[in-house]
Design a protein around this ligand. Structure first.
Ligand code: NAP
Length: 313
């Protein structure tokens, strides 16, 4: 492990999802001896999915956690170092940058931020317990498992409409549950969803309970009409929660430029407003949020960090 407090490292990578680990593989292969700092969910969001079938190179698919383990092994093979710990403070006002992990601190000449985003959840009982057992936050990842089934999608934004439409490729019926009577989604996505006969809209509706248990998986949901107060149970095989994501950027507020939702702003490639600080993956991407796009931007961040370090102190 690098010397705390005094040694200045070439590069520190915050986060160990596909973006962080790809950046680790590239910077390690460039002999930069990166230090990857990861928090309580090493491997990122993919560790909560089951089969990943759309990551190129795995014709039969690969389990999300296995894919992340392999990426980590690949990064370690080239000399990447890993530190488990919650980053409590980041100082990137002047170089070298300082990363505080509890009482320890680490300094670096370049920083790659790949802290990802967390799906916004409903906050209901069983929601987390049934994750991967009927409850999902990613139709692109899990839709395939619902061939011939009946599913529900919560949300009225672009993601919810895209996911509902995508799910009709597999499911026989898709219920959209939205808390108002007007969608937030763009007109084009709305029209596509309205025209799809497999999609049924439930307006003024919220999910008030998630039904099922660990053994049986999800069996249904309870819907509450917020206008009338009436509740009813609805059987379904899948519940896709599409009520937005929250980028994990609290540590960078006031330092790294971000949009009004908190996503880090990247200019050319992975560059942020601070020279030597790069951002990759979901932390700077509200649109695509795929493992492969995250990995691609991690690669860009690594190459840009390498070029930056080549320019000397
Ligand atoms: P979003 O635009 O924030 O929409 C979230 C939806 O979830 C809203 O309809 C909201 O309802 C609902 N919602 C939020 N919290 C809720 C709760 N606790 N319970 C029930 N419903 C709740 O998020 P998004 O759809 O993920 O989109 C994020 C960004 O990515 C947007 O800028 C979007 O344009 C973009 N995006 C673009 C595309 C595309 O262009 N193809 C695809 C996906 C995403 P209210 O409407 O009542 O607030």
């Amino acid at each position: 492990m690098p010397n705390k407090n005094n040694e200045v490292l070439n590069v520190i990578i915050l986060g160990s999802g596909p973006a962080g680990l790809t950046a680790a593989i590239y910077t390690a292969r460039a002999n930069l001896e990166p230090l990857v700092i990861h928090g309580s969910q090493p491997g990122g969001q993919l560790t909560t999915t089951t089969l990943v079938e759309n990551f190129p190179g795995f014709a039969e698919g690969i389990d999300g956690p296995v894919l992340m383990e392999e990426m980590e092994k690949q990064a370690r093979r080239f000399g990447a170092r890993f530190l488990a710990g919650e980053v409590t403070k980041v100082e990137c006002g002047s170089s070298p940058f300082t990363i505080h992990v509890g009482d320890d601190s680490y300094r670096c000449r370049s920083l790659i931020i790949a802290t990802g985003a967390s799906p916004r959840l409903l906050g209901l009982a069983h929601e987390k317990e049934l994750y991967g057992k009927g409850v999902s936050v990613c139709a692109t990842c899990d839709g395939f498992f619902y061939r011939g089934k009946e599913v529900a999608v919560v949300g009225g934004g672009d993601t919810a409409m895209e996911e509902a439409t995508f799910l009709t490729r597999f499911a026989d019926k898709v219920h959209v549950i939205h808390r108002r009577d007007a969608l937030r989604a763009s007109p084009a996505l709305q029209e596509r969803a309205f025209a799809n006969k497999k999609i049924v809209f439930h307006w003024h509706a919220v999910v008030s309970a998630i039904l099922g248990d660990k053994q049986k998986g999800l069996t249904g949901i309870r819907l509450k009409n917020v206008a009338s107060g009436k509740e009813e149970e609805m059987a379904c095989d899948g519940l896709f929660i599409a009520i937005g994501h929250v980028p994990n950027t609290g540590l960078f507020k006031g330092q790294v430029d971000m949009d009004e939702r908190g996503y880090l702003l990247t200019g050319s490639g992975a560059e942020t407003n601070i020279t030597g600080v790069f951002a990759a993956g979901d932390v700077q991407d509200p649109h695509f949020r795929q493992a492969i796009t995250a990995a691609g931007s991690g690669c860009m961040a690594a190459i840009q960090a390498e070029r930056f370090l080549d320019q000397g102190p």
